[in-house]
Ligand binder design. Structure first.
Ligand code: FAD
Ligand code: SF4
Length: 338
């Protein structure tokens, strides 16, 4: 076991300063500890090697641990447990895609422990990343190559990859946040800032090791979900190898605002299980806007969503599976009785 320093943050403003103390130049040496279901896993596998672990759980007594609903929208603190948001009666009815994406994730035990902030920052499940006996992994060891490119890549991404990395973003909740135009509140050593959630994650490009646009030592404080006309008619459809306790091989978070006649006034689509980041399908949205939801229109939208998709052998089936998942999600959302 590698040694590390353990600290407890007792004040939200202090946590980023504590983290900054351990930094070397722009490199952070610290990790925040929430539920620990990703962090401890990867520390035990020797993939993550923080020198300082800052336990932020005492901050659950502050706004970081609260769910707040108002006429303007929903605010979810970063330390809210997945199970608490998934089981929340008003979230289930007013923001169903949020509750469903969390309910369909992991297991009850993990959802009881795991936080929303930790969830969006979970790392990829790429086997070559998680097993240090593989030398080639640009994400774990920049410049070393990518073992998945010509290796076993059934679970890997068909959208958003680069010649350096094709690892899939594994989470579910992030797609729901994108479908509802969420923002993320961030606390850092230099103060607080708020950015669209859709700009939090970075595609691998030539730096697969840099997964987000968080600055060194910044901490997620909360997620802000505006009250939109499409939030209630929203859902999360997850396709996986078994019915529970499994990551998505394809998923779609969709939110629809429909006119009385059935034409789509506005729509948001985010795809999971198929892309390197939580993937907003803007081309598909543009095609479906102003039209009724029917077989032909949803298929055209799905084709547009995957127009740039690239299979790598074992994962090529995800292109067609992803299209069918999106088509079905749109049809199910249109059929919801609200
Ligand atoms: C067996 C298994 C199955 C799973 N299945 C699914 C699934 O189907 N769908 C799914 O979405 N997820 C799944 N997960 C992932 C799980 O949901 C995440 O591990 C969990 O949500 C992470 O939350 P945590 O609070 O435990 O994070 P931690 O492990 O405490 O932290 C994770 C990372 O986020 C950082 N971090 C935590 N909180 C903050 C914050 N507020 N600000 C900045 N950084 C922070 C930590 O430093 C660390 O790097 C699964 C996990 C396991 C182990
Ligand atoms: S896909 Fe990414 S995470 Fe997986 S081996 Fe290649 S570089 Fe590493």
């Amino acid at each position: 076991m590698r040694t590390f320093v353990y600290e407890r943050a007792t004040n939200p403003g202090d946590a980023p300063h504590l983290a900054a103390q351990s930094a070397t130049g722009d490199e952070s040496r610290a990790e925040y500890l929430a539920g620990g279901t990703t962090l401890f896993d990867l520390m035990k596998l020797d993939v993550m090697r923080p020198e300082l672990v800052i336990d932020i759980n005492p901050l659950a007594a502050t706004s970081l641990g609260r769910i707040e609903l108002s006429a303007h929208g929903l605010r979810l603190g970063a330390l809210v447990r997945m199970a608490d948001a998934a089981d929340h009666a008003e979230i289930k009815t007013q923001y169903p895609v949020i509750a469903q994406s969390l309910q369909l994730a992991a297991s009850q035990q993990i959802r009881n422990m795991a936080s929303l902030g930790g969830n969006v920052l979970q790392r990829t499940r790429c086997t070559y990343f998680r097993d240090i006996s593989y030398a080639e992994c640009n994400k774990r060891n920049p410049g070393s190559g990518c073992a998945a490119m010509n290796g076993y890549n059934r679970s890997h991404a068909v959208l958003g990859g680069s010649d350096r990395c094709i690892a899939t973003y594994a989470g579910d909740f992030a797609q729901a946040l994108i479908a509802l135009d969420a923002a993320v509140e961030i606390a850092g050593p230099d103060g607080a800032r708020t950015i669209p959630f859709a700009s939090l994650h970075r595609k691998p490009a030539d730096r697969p090791d840099k997964e987000t646009n968080l600055h060194p030592n910044e901490m997620i404080a909360s997620f802000l979900i505006p009250a939109t006309p499409w939030a209630r008619r929203s859902l999360y459809l997850k396709v996986r190898d078994r019915q529970s306790y499994e990551f998505a091989i394809a998923s779609a978070a969709v939110a629809l605002d429909q006119q009385d006649g059935g034409a789509v006034r506005n729509v948001r689509i985010a795809l999971g299980g198929v892309a390197t980041v939580p993937w907003r399908a803007v081309e598909a949205e543009a095609l479906i806007r102003g039209k009724p939801i029917n077989e032909q229109n949803v298929r055209a939208a799905a084709d547009a969503a995957f127009a740039t998709a690239e299979g790598h052998g074992h994962n090529t089936f995800k292109v067609e599976l992803g299209k069918r998942t999106l088509s079905r999600a749109l049809q199910q959302a249109a059929a919801l009785e609200i």
